[in-house]
Design a protein around this ligand. Structure first.
Ligand SMILES: Cc1cc2nc3c(=O)[nH]c(=O)nc-3n(C[C@H](O)[C@H](O)[C@H](O)COP(=O)(O)OP(=O)(O)OC[C@H]3O[C@@H](n4cnc5c(N)ncnc54)[C@H](O)[C@@H]3O)c2cc1C
Length: 477
């Protein structure tokens, strides 16, 4: 058993951990990163949930299924005819796996390039020692590491429904949902959040009859009301059967096939849903399994979240935590920003994460993206605001694309015109939102956006028009 000392040991190589490790190494520290994820061959698969069973594979399947849907429904209008359109699910999944592998390999390459020492295995705190902490790694090689600083980035796991553990065959977490071997005839999705809607969309596009059961009475409660209303209308038109306000009472897997979900609907009537597979996407729980936080007295709250302050400092000196395992939105880019900020703080710099300008994206079709406050939040705060909205229906590029669903909506302070929130539902919303994030980071006004030259024809002209609409000055509608 060897023992190696590092300035910084990062536990977890998801987007929080691997980015923190690389940034710390770039700042001149001697850095190790430990991660236990392995692929089906047992090889290291750094990248965490995001790369292996989250952001990246879900976007790969969303892309494949969108191509399939376009080929079946949109190509004809372009004069393109196809016969024998089919979907080879095995090939689609293999492509997704190769996209994941490229990302795993990319991270290993970056570790090498930046001189981050990578250990493949599970890391646990063993004890505090003079000037730092001792960490045991159990995996391919057994190691004991000594660290002056520790950054915990151990991520999160899918939350199961009580009494319905994931078997990844019939009751699926995000992991199983990303590797269903054939298109299910009937698919149930519990939870209409980001993951449920993205996964439901993938399999609906490929031909599944998808029912989404949501406990909350409102659809996409965290999203701007206007956008959520439009989204419900569009997704319903696409064929997703969305039921709100349901209370699931039992989930059973009788016999060899299928899942039976018993629930009461919004009116209190008892219902049963029979599906071939059930995706459960009701949130995620922080992951500290195997970390042995108790060995060093690392404080967790009652939900298992590692307690940190605004700077990601834990209750222990020189132990930091970032990403899904701490408070705040469970988003890869939030984890990355925290990772960079912590590495810079360790170096005595002033790393900073602005929680008000973290963008959110749902990669359905149409995409939904937003930054800042919603209209309902501003109303609840009693803040005086102005709103401007512009539909993609009136945007030349959207018409040329053949995708005119949705709109861009601006919310700005009534007096100062500072942008308070931007909400987009429509094509490429995930890309369009970046302009709003930059604008808000620089505390721009809606007039600033309205006065910037935007390329024509482009979807971003809808952003400009929405900014103009704040002062009722649209040029194009
Ligand atoms: C289906 C799905 C789609 C998503 N899509 C998006 C999206 O489009 N955009 C977005 O921003 N977010 C998305 N997310 C959320 C995103 O994946 C997470 O917010 C992000 O991965 C969190 O990063 P992290 O570094 O905190 O943790 P993780 O990515 O979970 O990484 C934690 C790593 O730590 C390792 N680990 C844990 N404990 C130990 C230990 N004791 N020793 C060694 N290693 C350990 C794990 O193996 C893992 O590799 C999605 C999530 C899911 C499930």
């Amino acid at each position: 058993m060897s023992k190696t000392s590092f300035d910084v040991v990062v536990i977890g190589a998801g987007p929080g951990g691997y980015i923190a490790a690389i940034r710390a190494a770039q700042l001149g520290f001697n850095v190790a990163c430990v991660d236990e994820w392995k692929n089906e061959t047992g090889a290291p698969a750094p990248g965490g949930t995001c790369t292996n069973v989250g952001c990246i594979p879900s976007k790969a399947l969303l892309q494949s299924s969108e191509h399939f849907e376009h080929a079946g429904h949109a190509f004809a209008a372009h004069g393109i005819s196809l016969s024998n359109l089919g979907i080879d699910v095995a090939r689609m999944l293999a492509r997704k796996d190769s996209v994941v592998k490229q990302n795993n390999d990319g991270i290993l390459y970056l570790f090498k390039k930046n001189k981050v020492t990578f250990f493949h295995g599970r890391a646990s705190f063993t004890q505090a020692v003079e000037g730092g902490y001792e960490i045991a790694v159990k995996g391919a090689a057994n190691e004991v590491l000594q660290a002056t600083h520790v950054i915990v980035a151990t991520g999160s796991n899918a939350r199961a429904l009580p009494g319905a553990a994931f078997d990844e065959e019939r009751i699926l977490s995000n992991d199983g949902a990303l590797r269903i071997a054939e298109v299910p005839k009937r698919l149930g999705v519990v939870g209409s959040g980001v993951i449920g809607l993205e996964m439901g969309s993938v399999w609906r596009r490929l031909g599944a009859d998808v029912t989404v059961l949501e406990a909350l009475p409102a659809f996409l409660g965290a999203v701007d009301d206007g956008v959520a209303k439009e989204a419900l209308k569009v997704f319903t038109r696409q064929g997703l059967k969305i039921q709100l306000g349901v209370n699931i009472t039992a989930v059973k897997t009788p016999g060899k096939r299928g899942v039976t979900v018993s629930y009461t609907d919004a009116k209190g009537a008892e219902q049963q849903l029979e599906v071939d597979r059930l995706i459960v996407s009701i949130g995620r729980v922080p992951n500290t399994t195997g970390l042995d936080a108790a060995a060093v007295g690392l404080a967790l709250d009652e939900r298992g979240v590692i307690v940190v302050d605004a700077e990601c400092k834990t209750n222990l000196p020189n132990v930091w935590a970032v990403g899904d395992v701490v408070r705040g939105p469970m988003l890869a880019h939030k984890a990355e920003e925290e990772g960079v900020a912590v590495a810079e703080r360790i170096a005595g710099q002033h790393g900073h994460v602005n929680f008000n300008t973290i963008p959110w994206v749902i990669y359905t079709s149409p995409e939904i993206a937003w930054v800042g406050q919603t209209e309902q939040q501003l109303k609840a705060e009693g803040r005086a605001y102005k709103a401007g909205q512009f539909p993609f229906l009136a945007n030349g590029r959207a018409r040329a694309l053949g995708d005119t669903t949705g709109f861009v909506k601006f919310l700005a302070d009534a007096k100062t015109d500072e942008i308070l929130g931007v909400h987009i539902i429509g094509p490429m919303a995930s890309e369009l939102i970046a302009e709003a994030v930059v604008a808000m980071e620089f505390r721009a006004s809606s007039e600033d956006i309205a006065r910037i030259c935007h390329a024509h024809p482009s979807l971003s002209e809808a952003t400009k028009e929405a900014a103009l609409a704040v002062d009722k000055r649209t040029l194009n509608f």
